[in-house]
Design a protein around this ligand. Structure first.
Ligand code: FPP
Length: 277
C-alpha cells in the first residue's frame, strides 16, 4: 500500500471527490494496470471510423493518468499496443496508432510536467518506427525527474515475449557466471522482466467487458485483483478509475492464505478429524 502525503485531491472534480471520500487512503493500490479495450466498438456504435475511437481513447489515457496522479497512485501501466496488434491489424490502422502515439506525446508532455507524471515504456519498443522511438525517448527524458505517478505504456508488448526476453537474459547471465539451473529462483526471473523496477499490479482493470487477459503482464498478475467493466475505453474517465479502486478495497486479498472469515484455525493438527464420510 502506498504512503499518503502526496494527495492533491482538491484538484479532483466534484464527482471524483465524492467517490474518493469513500476510499480508505491507507489501502490505495500501489500499482494499477489497465487493458484499454473498446475503441473500435465506441466508434462503430456512433457510425464513426475506428481511428476516431482511438483518438478519443488517447484523451481517456491523459485524463485517467491525471486523476491517478492527483490521488498519488505511484504506478499506472496501460496496454497501449500489443505485439498482436502490430502483427494482426491492417497496416493503415497500425500506422495511424503510431502517428497517434507520436502526437499524443508531443501534445501531452507539458501536461505530464504540470501533473508531475513520469512516462516510461515496456515492450519490444526497439521494433517501433525510429521517429516514434525518438519521440518516446524525448518524453521519457523530459519527464524523468517527475516524482508523481509513473505512467508506463506497454508498446509492442506481449507477456509471453517478455518472458522469452527475460529467460534469454537470465540464461546469458547464468552462462557467464557459471550458475547451475537448480539455483534459479523466482527473484531471478523477476529481475529480468521489463517490470523489474516496479511492484506487481494490485489491480488490473479491463474495459469493454471481455473476460480475457490478452497476453498482458502474465507473470506479474499472479495475485492481482481483476476488475472488468462493460464501459468502453473512450468513455472511461478518472471517476471510473476511482470506482474500480473502491471495488478493489471491498475485496479480501489472501495471496494463497486464508481469509479472516474462514473459520477457526486448529492449533494442534493431531486433533483434526475427518467428520464427514
Ligand atoms: C483497443 O481498442 C485499443 C487499442 C488498440 C489499444 C489502446 C490504444 C489507445 C487507447 C489509443 C491511444 C493510446 C495512446 C497511448 C496514445 P480496439 O480497437 O481493440 O477496440 P475494439 O475491440 O472495440 O475493436
Amino acid at each position: 500500500m502506498q504512503p499518503s502525503g502526496t494527495l492533491r485531491i482538491h484538484e479532483l472534480t466534484a464527482e471524483e471527490r465524492a467517490v474518493y471520500a469513500t476510499l480508505k487512503p491507507e489501502q490505495l493500490p500501489e500499482h494499477v494496470a489497465i487493458i484499454m479495450d473498446g475503441n473500435g466498438r465506441w466508434a462503430g456504435r456512433r457510425s464513426l471510423k475506428r481511428f476516431l475511437g482511438h483518438q478519443q481513447g488517447a484523451k481517456s489515457v491523459q485524463l485517467v493518468t491525471e486523476t491517478a496522479s492527483r490521488i498519488g497512485l505511484p504506478w499506472l501501466t496501460l496496454y497501449a499496443f500489443s505485439l498482436e496488434n502490430n502483427l494482426r491489424r491492417p497496416r493503415a490502422e497500425v500506422n495511424f496508432l503510431m502517428r497517434l502515439l507520436k502526437s499524443y506525446l508531443e501534445s501531452n508532455v507539458q501536461r505530464m510536467m504540470d501533473n508531475n507524471v513520469r512516462i516510461r515504456y515496456i515492450g519490444r519498443t526497439h521494433d517501433l518506427p525510429p521517429e516514434v522511438q525518438d519521440k518516446m525517448r524525448w518524453a521519457e527524458e523530459t519527464t524523468a525527474r517527475n516524482t508523481g505517478t509513473t505512467l508506463t505504456l506497454a508498446l509492442n508488448y506481449g507477456g509471453r515475449s517478455e518472458m522469452v526476453d527475460a529467460f534469454r537474459g537470465l540464461a546469458a547471465e547464468m552462462q557467464q557466471k557459471n550458475i547451475p539451473p537448480s539455483h534459479i529462483c523466482e527473484e531471478d526471473i523477476h529481475r529480468h522482466l521489463y517490470t523489474a523496477h516496479m511492484p506487481d499490479p494490485d489491480l488490473l482493470i479491463r474495459t469493454s467487458g471481455e473476460m480475457r487477459i490478452s497476453n498482458f503482464l502474465l507473470w506479474q498478475i499472479a495475485y492481482t485483483e481483476i476488475f472488468v467493466t462493460e464501459r468502453l475505453w473512450p468513455d472511461f474517465r478518472g471517476i471510473h478509475l476511482l470506482e474500480a479502486i473502491a471495488d478493489f478495497q471491498r475485496r479480501e486479498r489472501r495471496f494463497g492464505g486464508i481469509g479472516e472469515s474462514c473459520g477457526e484455525v486448529e492449533e494442534d493438527p493431531e486433533r483434526m478429524r475427518i467428520v464427514a464420510g
